[in-house]
Design a binder for this molecule. Sequence first.
Ligand code: N01
Length: 493
Amino acid sequence: MAAAQDHQPRTDARKHRIVVIGTGFAGIGMAVRLKQAGYHDFVVLERAEDVGGTWRDNTYPGCRCDVPSHLYSFSFAPNPDWSSTFSPQPEIEAYLRKVTDRFRVRPHIRFGHAVESAHWQGDHWLIHTNQGDFTADLLLSGMGPLAEPSYPKLAGIESFEGEIFHSAQWNHDLDLSGRKVAVIGTGASAIQFVPAIQPDVEELHLFQRTPPWVMPRPDRRISGVEKAIYRRFPLVQKAVRAGIYWGRESLVLGFAKLPAIMKQGQKIAERHLQQQIRDPELRAELTPDFTLGCKRVLISDDYYPAVAQPNVEVVTDPILEVTPTGIVTEDGVKHEVDTIIYGTGFRVTDLPVMDMLHGRDGRTLREAWAHGMEAHLGTAIAGFPNFFLLIGPNTGLGHSSMVFMIESQLAYILDAIRTMDANGLREVEVRPEVQREFVDGVRASMRNTVWTRGGCTSWYLDSEGRNTTLWPTFTFRFRQLTRHFDRSQYLTR
Ligand code: N01
């Protein structure tokens, strides 16, 4: 445990009231809200050279949002120009840039500043970056959970002589045409890039550990007339957004209240598979053995048709090792490939921020979370004063828009800052017993959900099988709980 006093600021440390980390939806949203509330003494530290977070980093072919854009956007910045129901990644990245400029957030951002550590110094935060130190009264993290790619540990991988990259770090310089490609993983990312690269590659070996459920994608282009209406009558777009919100919210009944309902939805996915995959053997390989919703429900109309093409082989035997020229599976078959693409997701329950953050007495977040990630309202952590975490534990969603959850948290954090100002408080730290009670409530609500009872393992669960990532009930409940900062739940100074 490093003592907080060991971390003295360099004399040129830049002092701000508030430091925000990250410029994805969370960090940009926080910055906009701070400015709107009249707080201007803040900086946003961003390790990259532009804004966008996971929507800047994930540029793989076919990348698009699987939540409708009218909902997957800020309520305070509707975009009448979305080209289709489920927007492609470049549009979402461009939207975030536009919001950054429209709300004049860019001057607050320090690009190329990677946060290396943050230490609570007794009455303020000291933040070390690769470009010097910052101090702040309040530290707000917008480092989302889908930021650090997860690489599987494959025996012999260092001997591989071909090209290797992760879907979140796509190698656009590499022309895949004519290549023999191994794709590892069949999650939300892979089902989007597999159909995009399949026509170009010579062979595609798809290493599937667990087949996902795939539903039809009800996408369509948004017409010029619709866009004009949204521009002219913003209330119409608001109504459409509300309709999408409530439609999605009704899904919570199946996911979290009565998982038996999911069996009905599963029939749609079964029919989709039946219609798109004619070969019974391949269909059997692609059929999941868990209840729909236990893992993230995927939507695609072109994944199964791509997988059924003659240049695609679905490999279901586990990977034994990698050789200089291919991948050997446990059945002894060697799959000759010259390119490996990981579609293996992100370090969601093993976040790098856990080692960066040192709270009271120098205790790291990893130490505080030795028995699983937990935070009051997914936002405040006992032992970490004046620190708030956006998209923290149990704020994730399987059915709706994360932007809704982020906006709930933004309101809560702003109310916390206002409460501090109104009462002359220098320090707020959630009471451990308040955090305990909240987390116990979340865990109890998790018991009957499809994520717990659906018969699968997923990245929603940590190494001890606890679901520390998802919000277990309706999102409007989260909105209610985060509407006001309750000072009595906090130790204050
Ligand atoms: O990652 P994943 P992703 N050997 O973790 C497999 C968001 N997202 O990048 O199921 C072999 O879902 C793993 O197998 P299994 C969204 O929240 C959003 O696809 O664990 N295979 C799985 O098939 C999503 O949930 C959009 O058995 C290994 C795959 O790799 C999240 O990002 C679009 C393996 C990983 O799937 C992550 O999605 C895209 C190993 N050692 C992504 N390790 C939107 O549209 C892992 N796998 C909003």
